[in-house]
Design a protein. Structure first.
Length: 286
């Protein structure tokens, strides 16, 4: 069984690392905030250099593309990485993934770009969807690791493609959630109670994985974080930058991003992105 080093213990990173730990993998973890690593209940180390020493596979799950560049710069400084496999599961930017892949391969290691679709609960249950770019033979070598984390694994070909598809997915995610929140407030302003509206949407045009996942949060205004406002803002910004790179107008993505910017401006950045409902409540005077 491959020995795993894990870097990044945010909401998703923690859930995914614990999933592998529970499955019996020899896993060591590192986090820039060491206290979080120490409280994880897993074997942790205090430096990236220590993490690299006896690991076959190093997995990074970080906040954004700049975090990935920062961590991989430290990896490259830490010593010889020849023969190791690096997997970045961060939702990042395609150009960054390509750049990191080139640097890793230049140093004699292998690299996979593997962002995931899903939030904390699917991560805990091993029900994520994983998008993978890179060498298919390398994917086959670590397929068992991915199968512990995900129910669906899609091979996407060349570097950058997986990140591109993840950003497209999250554009739909942000747009659909804002449409659902607008619909709920539309119903309430029309004298229809929220529970009834959600049940009808669930059995009508609103039926979706997004509604299934966020129904309770919208109904009860429980914004405990599974996927934060800050993260969806980051992803929508990346999606808009990508659309500019390929000269494609994406008006719905642009509009939904504005609502999440408003949520962040209203001190909801660390809350679950379902908290965008609060912006629609303000617009509706509720």
């Amino acid at each position: 069984m491959l020995k795993i080093g894990w870097i990044g213990l945010g909401h998703m990173g923690m859930a995914m690392a614990k999933r592998l730990h529970t499955a019996g993998y020899d896993i060591k973890v590192y986090n820039r905030t060491l206290k979080k690593a120490a409280l994880s209940g897993m074997h942790f180390v205090e430096s990236i250099k220590d993490l690299l020493e006896d690991r076959d596979v190093i997995i990074t799950m970080l906040f954004d593309a700049s975090s990935v560049e920062e961590v991989y710069a430290k990896i490259f400084e830490a010593g010889d990485i020849n023969g190791k496999i690096f997997i970045d599961m961060t939702t990042g930017y395609p150009k960054t993934s390509k750049k990191i892949a080139e640097e890793v391969i230049k140093r004699g290691a292998d690299f996979l770009e593997a962002p995931v679709i899903g939030s904390v609960q699917p991560a805990e249950k091993g029900q994520l969807t994983i998008l993978v770019s890179g060498d298919e033979e390398t994917l086959n070598r670590v397929y068992e690791i991915f199968s512990v984390l995900g129910k669906k694994i899609y091979y996407m070909g060349e570097f950058g493609t997986a990140s591109c598809m993840k950003l497209i997915n999250n554009s739909v995610l942000g747009t659909f959630l804002t449409a659902l929140c607008e619909a709920v407030i539309f119903a309430e302003k029309s004298g229809i109670d929220r529970k009834t509206a959600l049940e009808i949407l669930e059995n009508g045009a609103g039926q979706s994985m997004v509604l299934n996942t966020k129904k309770d949060k919208i109904l009860n205004e429980n914004y405990d974080t599974q996927f934060s406002v800050d993260l969806i803002n980051k992803d929508l910004n990346y999606a808009l930058n990508l659309s500019k790179d390929i000269n494609l107008p994406v008006p719905f993505t642009n509009l939904s991003r504005e609502f999440f910017i408003s949520a962040k401006a209203n001190n909801l950045g660390e809350k679950d992105f379902a908290a965008v409902l609060e912006i629609f409540k303000k617009i509706g005077g509720l």
